[in-house]
Design a protein around this ligand. Structure first.
Ligand code: ZN
Ligand code: ZN
Length: 591
């Protein structure tokens, strides 16, 4: 999981994974259409930011930091007509005459505009999802990201707060019959997050050089803003809602959301079917490995006749191999050089030594989630670092820490570092940063990014990581099963009414998850949709593409070439990377 994704989950449209770009797309073979398209892209983004200051800020475009728009009909209508105009403008370009990179941009821009239209006119979550109104994460971004001097950011923060009361008054007007789970989520998020306005802002003011007299009205506005936020939470709590909408999306909306968010070649239902088959395959593999391992751990004790029971017992036993709570952070840090050395020795993908991964203790404002995550620089942030945030288990109750450490045992901890860092999310970001397209980083495709990280887990094992230890394979199967079951769960819950108890049974019994993990996943599926599909969908498309590419290249195929070529297109949907990669090997004159 890329933490940034969660952190900004309140953005209405796309979730963005940042990277650095220079925005130019000039090249020697660029035709006249490409030149016109580059100019158009620029005005497209400028117009988009003007209408979406929060989105602009969190993408690293800071011209509109001081603005907060009230989410009323008028502003929504402006956005809808903007999308219509852009769809029309795009249709004036002949997509086949554009360069490979611009062609992908074209599809991503078109998809984004159609997605906005659909979201505002069909999905209409502004009526039933109270958590879609949340100003706090942008304020937290302004406070915590060091893109400008502190005084300047604090003044933007102050100006932006002016509309907070009006913002929440309008939210109350828009909300009709909200889903109960999303109402509760909004209450929690606002009450947990209000400290950013109420406390963190004041703390930062103390560190600034803003004169006392100027600080006074700033603090007063923060007080009023915090009151408005708490009043919104109180309003939601007291809201009489006899006919709440279900949090379940239903088949029709689900397929559309899947189409716009994942941008897969397949429909959600087809991916679900593939996930179902994958689960069967993994169970079969796990049973084979477990049979082999059984005598090593259980001697002559008879094997359970139910193979899921046998697998569960082995996983339970092997999970006891984990580090002590106070060694968790250093154990993660130690993985990075090992992974780097392995990737180099197996020649899997070139690692750029000029873009080192900065390992840091998880910053305070992210705290609460242990483990590890990546923070990547925003789309416009040229000088930004990639941070590997490592959380600690300090202050955790013993039983909670134990359960967590069993989950991230000696084996899965290594797989976690592969997924998040090397060669997973971090390496993907470094390659994406070299792709000159701003569009691809602003509209970064989550399924491609997650798919790559999931693909890496398997690719590393297939190349001998873990020394072919059956225990590592078994734990990989378990982790992979989690990614597969994310898809099964999300689809069945949102389109087939899967009940809570059935979901928990599947996750604990068939995916071998701890009760706490399964309950956390249930909560996630009630407050999100489609995002859980990104892991398996992206993975499957990458594997399918690699097969097709292998065929095309014949004996010229090299895994490293595939990996690097794939990453070179930036964070684009796999289907468009596929179009480019499979076409490219036909063309004989390279660019
Ligand atoms: Zn991830
Ligand atoms: Zn233990």
């Amino acid at each position: 999981m890329i933490k940034k994704l969660l952190f900004m989950a309140c953005l209405i449209y796309a979730v963005l994974i940042g990277c650095k770009k220079d925005g130019s797309s000039a090249g020697p073979l660029q035709g006249k259409d490409d030149a016109a398209f580059a100019i158009y892209e620029n005005s497209f983004l400028n117009g988009l930011w003007k209408l979406n200051p929060d989105w602009a800020t969190t993408s690293g475009y800071h011209k509109y930091d001081s603005l907060l728009f009230v989410p009323d009909d008028k502003n929504r209508d402006k956005m809808i007509s903007y999308a219509k105009v852009q769809i029309d403008s795009l249709s004036r370009f002949e997509v086949t005459t554009l360069s490979e990179s611009n062609r992908i941009d074209y599809h991503m821009m078109q998809n984004q505009m159609e997605s906005i239209e659909w979201s505002l006119q069909q999905l209409k979550s502004f009526q039933w999802d109270p958590s879609s109104y949340n100003v706090i994460s942008t304020f937290a971004y302004i406070l915590n990201e060091h893109y400008e001097p502190l005084d300047r950011r604090l003044r933007s923060f102050y100006q932006k707060m002016a509309n907070i009361p009006a913002y929440y008054k309008e939210a109350e007007k828009q909300i009709k019959n909200p889903a109960t789970d999303l109402t509760n989520l909004a209450i929690d998020q606002h009450l947990n997050g209000v400290g950013v306005i109420e406390k963190d802002f004041a703390d930062s003011l103390k560190k600034s050089s803003i004169p006392q007299a100027e600080q006074k009205p700033m603090l007063e506005r923060a007080r009023l803003s915090a009151e408005a936020i708490k009043a919104y939470a109180a309003w939601l709590k007291a809201l009489k809602n006899d006919h709440p909408r279900s949090f379940r999306l239903g088949k029709e909306l689900y397929e559309s959301k899947f189409k716009y968010e994942i941008q897969s070649e397949s429909m959600a239902q087809q991916v679900y079917n593939a996930a179902f088959e994958r689960k069967k395959y993994l169970h079969h593999e796990m049973a084979k490995i477990s049979k082999k391992l059984w005598p090593k751990y259980f001697g002559t004790k008879p094997m359970p006749s139910d193979s899921l029971d046998m697998i569960a017992q082995l996983i339970d036993t092997i999970s006891a191999k984990h580090v002590a709570p106070n060694e968790f952070q250093s154990a993660i840090e130690k993985q990075i050089p090992k992974l780097t050395a392995f990737v180099k020795s197996k020649d899997l993908v070139t690692l750029d030594p000029s873009k080192p991964l900065v390992i840091r203790k998880e910053p305070g404002y992210m705290a609460g989630v242990a483990g590890a995550s990546m923070s990547s620089p925003g789309a416009y942030d040229k000088g930004g670092n990639s941070y590997f945030n490592v959380g600690s288990l300090n202050g955790w109750a013993a039983d909670k820490a134990e359960s967590y450490l069993r989950e991230y045992n000696q084996y899965t901890l290594q797989l976690l570092c592969i997924h998040e860092a090397i060669p997973g999310h971090y390496v993907q970001q470094v390659y994406a940063n070299k792709s000159p397209s701003l569009i691809k980083s602003v509209f970064a495709n989550g399924a491609m990014a997650e798919g790559w990280a999931v693909y890496c887990e398997e690719m590393m094992l297939d190349n001998g990581f873990g020394g072919d230890e059956p225990e590592m394979r078994l734990m990989w199967c378990k982790l992979h099963l989690r990614e597969v079951c994310n898809t099964i769960l999300d689809y069945k819950v949102h389109t087939e009414n899967m009940a809570r108890q059935d979901a928990l049974k599947m996750l604990t019994h068939e995916a071998f998850q701890q009760q706490a993990e399964a309950e956390g996943k249930w909560k996630r599926v009630t407050v999100s949709s489609v995002q859980l599909d990104s892991y398996f969908t992206g993975y499957k498309e990458i594997i399918d593409l690699r097969e097709a590419y292998k065929k095309k290249m014949g004996d010229k195929y090299k895994l490293k070439d595939f990996n690097e070529k794939f990453l070179s297109y930036g964070s684009a949907p796999v289907r468009y990377i596929k179009e480019a990669m499979l076409a490219k090997s036909v063309v004989s004159n390279g660019q």
